[in-house]
Design a protein around this ligand. Structure first.
Ligand code: FAD
Length: 373
């Protein structure tokens, strides 16, 4: 299925979920696509994400609607094969610390006001809606959101890349820090660190937390609010947990192979950054997070960390997604967002449509990079 000589040539920089999803959507629409990434696929946030699929809590209406559409696309993928171990819809369960029951109630009331499926539960009611939870860990009340799910992004990237290759996409791994090339104010393609060039009619910069740095030489300012965070994967353990849990001391989701993925932010102060750009954290802090997670699971199984990865979690400075063409550099598009797991499929779909047709999608209207100019 190679592309025709007349097809639009698009270069995508960044082998995370946003770049891979956009590349596949572009190929579906007949583009000739080259996907370049600094090292391997899913080497940054996509390879260490909690990837809870949701629009829980309060946020701007356009962002909420986009996230709902994001979850919808995962539901469609799920329905095509509900047996995939890496994409499941077991709902989400959250609670706050003791003394915060009113905060939980108000979140529930807000979710109901926007039609988000939300159930406020006493601890003893949890077992009836979702299995495998130690309800004695819940101090007052909890919210169960039955429509939520989770995805293992490295598995999703593998799945999408099968289609990428079948449709004739060109993949360039270990490209180093690639950059956008511009002539007479118009995007002309991508240059790699080794001096190779890839001519393109349009370029999508989907470089996660590095996106602001990649567009800065083009004279474009996108504020960067990306914090450092960690994801821990545990060794396999017998359990019945289906829901993603967001709790005061641990966020937990099931992960393929009877393992768990663990995340939170209380340990950030224990992370040390090194001169080579890497990060480290004491082993006992990682074990403490695993112990916190164990307290949430029925039977409190001993959780042993198998691996953990630390790096930047992409978050634009104002918290809202940044999607679309740069006003200053026609032909250059960006995709930079928090919650890129939830938005992974829909962002690729809508951005590829904009790149191929030039028609701006109304759902992205408030997320344009030009708002920072
Ligand atoms: C701990 C954690 C928990 C999270 N939890 C959730 C959640 O519960 N729900 C949710 O929806 N989202 C969540 N996210 C966010 C989500 O995982 C990310 O938004 C998403 O993975 C970002 O994908 P991306 O493709 O934008 O960026 P990345 O995955 O970071 O990929 C960017 C790629 O670009 C490459 N690159 C960078 N610069 C260059 C360059 N100059 N040249 C070539 N390549 C370059 C990098 O090497 C990398 O491969 C979480 C993230 C983290 C880290």
């Amino acid at each position: 299925m190679s592309s025709t000589a007349s097809s639009k040539r698009v270069a995508v920089i960044g082998g995370g979920i946003l770049g891979v999803s956009a590349a596949v959507h572009l190929l579906r629409q007949g583009a000739s696509v080259v996907l370049l990434t600094e090292r391997g696929l899913a080497s940054e946030a996509t390879g260490r994400s909690l990837s809870w699929l949701n629009s829980a809590g309060e946020r701007s209406t356009p962002y909420h609607l986009l996230r709902l559409a994001g979850v919808d696309r995962y539901r469609t993928l799920f329905a095509s094969d509900p047996g995939r171990e890496w994409l499941q819809f077991g709902g989400g369960l959250m609670w706050n610390a003791a003394g915060q029951h009113a905060v939980t109630e108000s979140r529930h009331a807000y979710e109901k006001s926007v039609g988000y499926d939300s159930k406020l539960l006493a601890p003893e009611e949890i077992a009836a809606v979702t299995p495998g939870i130690d309800s004695s860990a819940v101090p007052e009340n909890a919210i169960f959101n039955p429509g939520e799910g989770w995805v293992s992004l490295p598995d999703l990237v593998d799945f999408l890349m099968e289609e990428f290759h079948a449709r004739g996409g060109q993949l360039v791994l270990n490209a180093g820090k690639a950059s956008v090339t511009v002539e007479d104010g118009r995007t002309t393609g991508v240059g790699t660190a080794a001096g190779e060039t890839y001519a393109a009619d349009a370029v999508l910069v989907a470089c996660g937390a590095a996106t602001p740095a990649v567009v800065a030489p083009l004279g474009v300012h996108i504020p960067n609010g990306s914090p450092v965070s960690m994801l821990v994967l545990t060794k396999p353990v017998d359990h019945d947990v289906r829901a993603v849990m967001n709790t005061p001391r641990a966020a937990v989701r099931p992960n393929p192979g009877n393992t768990f993925a663990l995340d939170h932010d209380w340990y950030e102060e224990h992370i040390t950054g090194h001169a080579d750009g890497s990060f480290s954290i004491p082993d006992d802090v990682v074990q403490e997070l695993a112990d916190e997670a164990s307290r949430l699971i029925a039977g409190n199984p001993e959780l042993k960390p198998a691996s953990w990865k630390i790096g930047y979690k992409p978050i634009p400075g104002d918290g809202e997604p940044v999607f679309g063409e740069l006003d200053q550099v026609p032909g250059c598009f960006v995709a930079f967002t928090h919650s890129g797991a939830t938005l992974g499929l829909i962002a690729g779909e809508l951005l590829s449509g904009e790149i191929m047709t030039g028609n701006k999608h109304p759902m992205l209207a408030t997320f344009r990079p030009g708002r920072f100019s």
